[in-house]
Design a protein around this ligand. Structure first.
Ligand code: IPM
Ligand code: MG
Length: 359
């Protein structure tokens, strides 16, 4: 029997209440497996600031270091409190630090429109009926995010610059991840860059094209990022897997996130070379919903499923959680974010009860 350590970082806002539900589902889905899961809770974001005076304290870091997976909730506070020290740079201090510390280079963000929730998709039904199921592979620890950031005054003009940088290994690493995923799906990959302007994008295209030689069965296409933004809205069904750089992935994944109709449905995974992974909902801390037992727990629950798949190779259990979520949606169970007008709604914990029943 293997013993697995999981760091659980609920964070702020709705984080703690959806995390509680996700851990319930994980426990239910893994009881009959031969593995034992130990969950270690740590503070992050504003919750950590209150206790330790910083957003990503050493204690939390060491809990993560002793774990094979990090289950992350969300961080950040209400806009009305953004002037408080507690929230200053909270997201960057927590999330970017975790990514850098653990070398989480591969960010996987699926955006799938459930047939039973197609009405929530903001696009014309004509664009939705053929099915929308896109996965964005975003490089997560390079690019303009982690180059020099500098604000200065020269010639009496206030100026600023941010340096975008990639080396070939960083590009090849995320490309391999995306090609491997493409091999398990439709063998189609669209690589997104701005190679008509940027040097980093010219290198990106060169390296992705070289990596493609290892995957002759995969059909690789290149697309410019501005066109991709348009295509995601004009014809999202054409996409299966997208691979792109950090900044473009940040923006395109938010565009794709509008398609399913609620951020409350969207999980994500961030993987490293060392094996440790971080699993978190794509949405934020939604402070206005916090403590009311109304938030949709599905994004956090599906992040748990991604953890079982990617951190522990428990495909069958991951699939059973995903299947239970789909079945629950099919049964018409709705939290407020995914209910149409007049439809009855359930609470965060009631949604989870149904999902566990359907496991
Ligand atoms: C995301 C977020 C972060 C990012 C912010 C909070 C730093 O937008 O995970 O997409 O830009 O990567
Ligand atoms: Mg973002």
């Amino acid at each position: 029997m293997a013993e697995y350590q999981v760091a659980v970082l609920p964070g702020d806002g709705i984080g703690p209440e959806v995390m509680e539900q996700s851990v319930r589902v994980l426990k239910a889905a893994t009881t009959s497996s031969e593995h034992q899961f130990n969950y270690h809770f740590g503070k992050i974001g504003g919750a950590a600031f209150d206790a330790f005076g910083e957003h990503f304290p050493l204690e939390t870091k060491s809990i993560c270091e002793q774990s094979q997976a990090i289950l992350f909730g969300s961080v950040g506070g209400p806009v009305s409190e953004s002037h408080l020290e507690r929230w200053k740079n909270c997201e960057a201090n927590s999330i970017l630090a975790l990514r850098k510390t653990f070398g989480l280079f591969a960010n996987i963000r699926p955006a799938k429109v459930y047939a039973d929730l197609a009405e929530l998709c903001p696009l014309n039904p004509r664009l939705v009926h053929s099915g929308i199921d896109v996965i964005i592979f975003r490089e997560l620890i390079g690019d303009i995010y982690f180059g020099e950031h500098c604000q200065y005054t020269d010639n009496q003009l206030r100026q600023a610059r941010d340096i975008a940088h990639y080396d070939e290994k960083q590009i090849a690493d995320i490309a391999h991840k995306a090609f491997q995923a493409a091999m398990l799906r439709k063998k189609q990959l669209i690589s997104v860059d701005k190679a008509n302007v940027l040097a980093t994008s010219k290198l990106w295209r060169e390296i992705v094209t070289e990596v493609a030689k290892d995957y002759p069965e995969v059909n690789l296409q290149h697309m410019l990022v501005d066109n991709c933004a348009m295509q995601l809205i004009a014809n999202p069904a054409q996409f299966d897997i997208i691979v792109t750089s950090n900044l473009f992935g940040d923006i395109l994944s938010d565009a794709a996130a509008t398609l399913p109709g609620s951020l409350g449905l969207m999980p994500s995974a961030s993987l490293s070379h060392s094996g440790i992974g971080l699993f978190e909902p794509s949405g934020g801390s939604a402070p206005e919903l916090a403590g009311k037992n109304v938030a949709n727990p599905i994004a956090q629950i599906l992040s748990g499923a991604m953890m079982l798949r990617f951190a522990f190779s428990m495909e069958q259990q991951a699939h059973s959680i995903e299947h239970a979520v789909e079945k629950t949606i099919k049964q018409g169970i709705r939290t407020v974010d995914i209910a149409l007008e007049g439809e009855p709604v359930v609470s965060t914990s009631e949604m989870t009860d149904k999902i566990i029943e359907n496991l």
